[in-house]
Design a protein around this ligand. Structure first.
Ligand code: CP3
Length: 351
């Protein structure tokens, strides 16, 4: 059995949808399903001490990955980790400021880039992540698909350049304009690191991998082609060459018209759609080329009510003519009500 993806997989509805099957009920999971809206997550995070200690503790990271599976029976589990662990493995300093978000050492000149480590050294930091995956493959129910992930090079670069999250990715756009050689060298290093990281996740037992390009929407025109499409294509081709049976999900968030043709241009098996576009639009323009994932606005997990049920059913209906994995348009927020998650699942499954 190759990459754990053939004979055993009949009950794994996510793999069936990714293979292009239109399911009577779309399989469902949720971005950030292991997170602060769950009391059991907050308890385990407190036990770990802080967020990064949780990410690098295989037993506890596996535990929080399993929590939403136990509570809700999602069809997929996503590895508990973060897209910023790869920069850390490449030598960037990384820490999280509670209530504010990530902080990293910055990359603004060639000398900063020179300090980064070569790609063949990343496992020294990332080995615990592969161990988390091995634990999960033992402990997950057999019908639950395990998704590994990494950030897309552009999105990861925006954090490595600015040293933090930015509303408009200004520092990364500035470096791209002022020192294109350095900017592209950084994109290339992250691309190579991502290929190695995802490939090792698959070797450890990840059955699907997802590439999160959260800031793809700020790349316009030719930049979108060069720094969102092209790196996703390189990563997908390299993964497919090494692991032909492992599906890849691409998420060029807020790409708008850039979603059209993204699967064909990159080779991804599924395009995850955010909620800035309508499900009807995405069905007509994106799902015509294959599986899509999405796209309920996360605020419904806070506001609930009949609007949550109506909107969930409208999305299921809009995508019912082709392969679809139900998800939110972005991660669930810490102020969400766990009961609303159950209401969404019931609405999807018609219960
Ligand atoms: O989805 C999951 O349940 C799997 C785990 C996961 C996390 N981050 C855990 C996390 C995944 C897939 C990510 C991806 C990620 N991380 C992205 C891409 C997706 C997106 O949301 O756009 C990005 C941009 C990051 C970087 C990052 N990590 C930021 C900006 C922050 C701070 C903002 C915030 O929500 O607090 C994080 C922290 C983070 N990553 C948390 C979790 C559960 C919260 C940390 C905590 O417990 O305090």
């Amino acid at each position: 059995m190759k990459d754990g993806n053939n004979t055993m997989s009949q009950t794994k509805t996510i793999l069936l949808a990714l293979a292009g099957e239109t399911r009577p009920t779309p399989p469902i999971w949720m971005m950030r399903q292991a997170g602060r809206y769950l009391p059991e997550y907050r308890a385990t995070r407190a036990q770990a001490g802080d967020f990064l200690s949780l990410c690098y503790n295989p037993e506890l990271a596996a535990e929080v990955t399993l929590q939403p599976i136990r509570r809700y029976g999602f069809d997929a589990a996503i590895l508990f980790a973060d897209i910023l662990l790869l920069p850390q493995a490449l030598g960037a300093d990384l820490w999280f400021v509670t209530g504010e978000g990530p902080r990293l050492s910055t990359i603004t000149e060639q000398a900063d880039f020179e300090k980064l480590k070569p790609v063949d050294e990343i496992d020294a930091v990332l080995n615990p992540i592969y161990e988390t995956i091995r634990i999960l493959r033992r402990e997950l129910p057999e019908e639950t698909t395990l998704i590994g992930f990494a950030g897309a090079p552009w999105t990861v670069a925006t954090y490595m350049i600015a040293g933090r999250g930015t509303p408009d990715q200004g520092p990364a756009h500035a470096l791209k304009a002022e020192n294109r050689v350095l900017f592209e060298a950084l994109i290339d290093r992250i691309t190579e690191g991502t290929i190695e990281y995802l490939s090792k996740q698959i070797n450890a037992g990840a059955e699907v991998v997802k590439i999160f390009d959260s800031w793809a929407g700020s790349l316009k025109g030719e930049d979108f082609q060069k720094y969102a499409v092209e790196p996703a294509r390189k990563i997908t081709q390299a993964i497919k060459a090494r692991h032909p049976d492992t599906p890849v999900i691409g998420f060029p968030r807020e790409a708008g018209d850039g979603y059209i043709g993204f699967a064909k241009a990159t080779g991804v098996d599924c395009v995850a759609i955010d909620n800035s576009v309508s499900a009807d639009w995405a069905a007509a323009h994106v799902q015509k080329d294959g599986c899509v994932q999405g796209n309920l606005a996360s605020r419904h997990m806070v506001t609930g009510g009949q609007a949550l049920v109506d909107e969930t059913q409208a999305i299921v209906k809009a995508f019912s003519g082709g392969p679809h994995i139900f998800n939110l348009g972005h991660g669930i927020t810490p102020d969400a009500d766990p009961d609303n998650v159950q209401r969404m699942i019931d609405a999807v499954r018609g219960e």
